[in-house]
Every structure is written in structure tokens, then in C-alpha cells.
Design a protein around this ligand. Sequence first.
Ligand code: PMP
Length: 426
Amino acid sequence: MTDLYSRHLAVLPDWLATYYRQPIEITHGEGRHVWDAAGNRYLDFFGGILTTMTAHALPEVTKAVSEQAGRIVHSSTLYLNRPMVELAERVAALSGIPDARVFFTTSGTEANDTALLLATAYRRSHQILAMRNSYHGRSFSAVGITGNRSWSPTGLSPLQTLYVHGGVRGRGPYAAFTDAQFIEACVADLEDLIGHTHDVAALIAEPIQGVGGFTAPPDGLFAAFRDVLDRHGILWISDEVQTGWGRTGDHFWGWQAHAENGPPDILTFAKGIGNGMSIGGVVARADVMNCLDANSISTFGGSPVTMAAGLANLTYLLEHDLQGNARRVGGLLLERLRAVGARSPLVREVRGRGLMIGIELVKPGTDEANPEAAAAVLEAAREGGLLIGKGGGHDTSVLRIAPPLSLNVAEAEAGASILEHALNAG
Ligand code: PMP
């Protein structure tokens, strides 16, 4: 055990889990690569949990951060903050929400917490609909809407939450249905559930479930849900913490795969926009955002240094069409991994969109989740020089692949080969 690992274990919480039998310390990165303290170089297919969105050590972001830090690091929202206003203008315009207002936080958790505060205040109700197998953050309110037992450490909650079907296409009672039947059954379940409640405030959903193992409903499910929600005045919150900024290739936001009945009322974001600087936020229609009748601030939310990073990062993303790159390179990678998966008895499904790809592992010849194999493949991939993630609902048996969106074809090929070897070893 390294000295740093024993010090980590001695002073940090037991529930702060690390990857690998011998956890690694990442000391620096460049592009799509990182190096550990022992000098090993890895291709990074997890980006610090989908957070290094453009590239490691992107010079444009580094420059913006250091220039802003050289001027002023913090002023608070009591004073006008030019980079915050500029980023809010750009996010509002990109969000697709009419008359949008933006509030910046420091994390995805705090963004969802704010969305819940807004929705419950606006609707005067503490009833929330969430999806089974969801993850929305670690605060007391966020774990109360997280339908994934391994990430919800308490059953106590300030909210009354009911869990809806639809986030997981390939397992559960509706798995054998066609897409159209699946949507119909989920909508009927939603209607039935709402019939048993009083004045639900909102439905919150990830368009593609991240921690849950990159599972998603068929396109159009949330548009069909929206139809039902509208009839009851229930708000739709789209948690875009993992799916935002073009990662899914086909769309800039995950909700756009469900756009027939318009945008969500509230959208939350975090992770990728800061490329590692702590930015989260909420976008909402003005009447929803402005419904609070008391003051509310986030001391660090919208800090000039993080906003400067966000602006530089977003500019790079748009100018280099990284959404288009995610679609093209992600499409190739998905195809390559499907071929790899077809040859491995461990692989039940290879799924995904853009640069958000999940490989679900099972015990060979069964449908049973195989968390041991997922852990072994993760380890073997690291030995081969590739970092990936894992996730999944009841058991952590899904490999998660989500590289920076600037991934090139050669790197996609190299990563797929390492994964192929790792699957054979695992
Ligand atoms: N929502 C989703 C969909 C997430 O994946 C996460 C983080 N994994 C969060 C919210 C919480 O974000 P944070 O860890 O920044 O609080």
C-alpha cells in the first residue's frame, strides 16, 4: 500500500471509495492522457467522471483561469460580476428555455437542490416524481430523489418521492416490449401514479442515467411524459449534469431527444462546463426562477475564476464543434465496442450515444449482473493503460466510457483495443 493511500484511509470517510486495488494518484494530464505518480501514462476514458469535457490542461482554459486569478479570485454576487453575466447569457441562449434565468452553484448536487427548492416553492408541494435507478447528488434532498440504493444512504427525506418507470430500457417489467409499447406502458404508469397523489411539484429525470449505467428510455418518452405533466401543471426538471454540452453527439442537451412538446421547465448542469473547475447551475423560466420570496445566494457560485474557465471552455467546445466530434468518434467507438462485445461471453449489451457508452457485464450464459467481472476488467484496463469508469443500478456491473469530447479516432481505436484485451483477461 502506498503511503498516500494509508494516509487517505486514516483520515477520509470509509464511504469515499476509490477505484483499483492499489488506487492511483493522478499528477498531471494533457489532451486525453493523464499520468500517475509512478510515471505511468493512461488514456483517459472517464475524464474525472465526465468532467474533463474538452481536454486535460487545455491551454485556453488554463490561460483564462490564470489571467482571472491574477486580477481577482472572488468578489461575491453582491457586486456585478462580468464573467458570470456573460456565461449566464450564453447558457440561457443555449438552454432552449424561453425567457431563461440562470443561477450558478458550485456542484450538480447544489444545482438539483436549487431546482427542488424552486419547484416545491412554485407548486407549494413537496411531492416529487423521480425515475427508478436515478442519481441526482449527495445532499439530504438529492439522496431523497435518488432511486439507486447504493447511492442513497438514508431513507429519510424532506420530500415525498415516488419513483416512475422508464429510465431503464433493457431490464425490468417492460423490457420485452417494443419501444412504442414501452413508452405507452410508462405513460400509463405515470398517469396511474399521479392519480394517487396530490399536486405533485415536479418530475426530475436524467435523459440518460449516468451513475445508473448509461441507461436510457427510447427517444420521445419524456415528451410523452410532458404531455401528461402539463395536464396537471407538474414541472419537468431535466438533470443534464452528465448529458449536457453535446456529449451525446446527436444533441446539445439530452432533453432534445424528447423535444416534441418543448423544453423542460428547469434544467440543471454541472461537471463538464468548468472542465474541472467547480461550476453547477440551474436554468429556469423567469416565473419559476423568480418565485422565491426570500433572499438566496451561493457564496462561491459564479466565482469569477470558475466563470472565466467556463467561458473559455464553452468557446473552445463550440468553435471546435466537439458535439460533432462526439457524434462521429463516439459512433465509431460504439461500433467497434459492439463488435468486441459480440465476441465476449461477459457482455450483455453495449449501449450509448456520442461519447457516453456503457458495456453491461453478466455471468456468462445468464442475465445475472457481474460486478466482479466489472471490477476485474477495470483493473485489467488500467494495467493496459486505460482509465474507464463503472456504474449500474442494483449491482455495479456496467463499464462506463466517457472520454473528453476532443477524442480522436486513433485514441478511440487504441482504447477499444485495450478494452478488448481487458475483457478477455477479466
Ligand atoms: N446529477 C447527476 C446526473 C450526476 O451524475 C451527478 C454526479 N455524479 C450529480 C447530479 C451530482 O453532481 P455533483 O457530484 O457535482 O454534486
